[in-house]
Design a protein around this ligand. Sequence first.
Ligand SMILES: Nc1ncnc2c1ncn2[C@@H]1O[C@H](COP(=O)(O)OP(=O)(O)OP(=O)(O)O)[C@@H](O)[C@H]1O
Length: 318
Amino acid sequence: MIVADNVSKHFGLMAAVENVSFEVKAGEIMVLLGTSGCGKTTTLKMLNRLIDATSGTITIDGRDIRTRNREELRRSIGYVSQHHGLFPHYTVAENIGIVPGLAGWNKAETARKTGHWLEQLRLPSDMYGSKYPDELSGGQKQRVALARALVAEPPLLLMDEPFGALDPVTRIAVRNEFLAIQQVKSKTIVLVTHDIQEAFALGNTICLMHEGRIVQAGSAHDLMFDPANAFVANFFDHQRYMLELSALSLRDIWQQLPPGEGSTTSKLSIASSLWDALDVLSGRESAAVQVADPAGKDVRGLTFSHILEAYSRIKNEY
Ligand SMILES: Nc1ncnc2c1ncn2[C@@H]1O[C@H](COP(=O)(O)OP(=O)(O)OP(=O)(O)O)[C@@H](O)[C@H]1O
């Protein structure tokens, strides 16, 4: 668990980050969201002491990070930046092996783990291990950067716009592949993005920042339906319809759905967003899909009009 308590960072007279406080529970994804220059990257970099805070306290699993050896702290935390940060004269395997090398792993163990993580990220090591970064596409480079961050199996990952340099289609593909990896599901992740849809898709908690401060921290649902002030409401205004549908899940309208019949016919689950449900429905010939709760016992039928009726009912409540 990470706890930031009243943390600030000043560069000379400029306050890049001012009195931010937050908690990230083990196994959760916290997203730092906001426009350019609002202090997201500075906040992230203070967590592994790439930047030292001017004031305030950061603890990780109860230990003040200032009491930790800086190099040892950094090595114990996975870090992924927007521009992959791969060394051009190292092969893919050598890039991934850097942290294990520093940690003193033997060659066989490093090779085994490197191969495993390349496979996990859909880059078979016999095809890609000896390539150089310049020989890879943007999506492949970013996958290697993810493998490098994961190879030492750190419980905590810091990710700065990790999918930001990719085109929209590749971005969603790499993001979904990353989230589908079993070991990633248990990690504590702090992720920086300026992409609202990405924040909604990934964040258990989203911290919306402005001018170095956290304006509101909460779930996507909190930000959309219970904004702390006019700034928060305005921030989401231009994509409001899509974002509200993304912030609501089938769980929110479950009781309003009629009983379904027979087996489930889509990949939707009770946790799927209404936006994803509309997306699935728009690609189908039949007017309804069946969705099951996690136990698979309670099956409900879902149509376009069910979603839109429930959505307008929820809107009227706020
Ligand atoms: N090393 C530095 N020296 C001086 N000012 C800095 C330094 N690093 C960041 N800043 C300033 O601190 C503020 C916050 O920067 P930061 O990089 O944290 O913002 P950001 O929200 O991550 O922006 P972006 O999305 O554009 O990366 C900016 O005004 C920036 O110019």
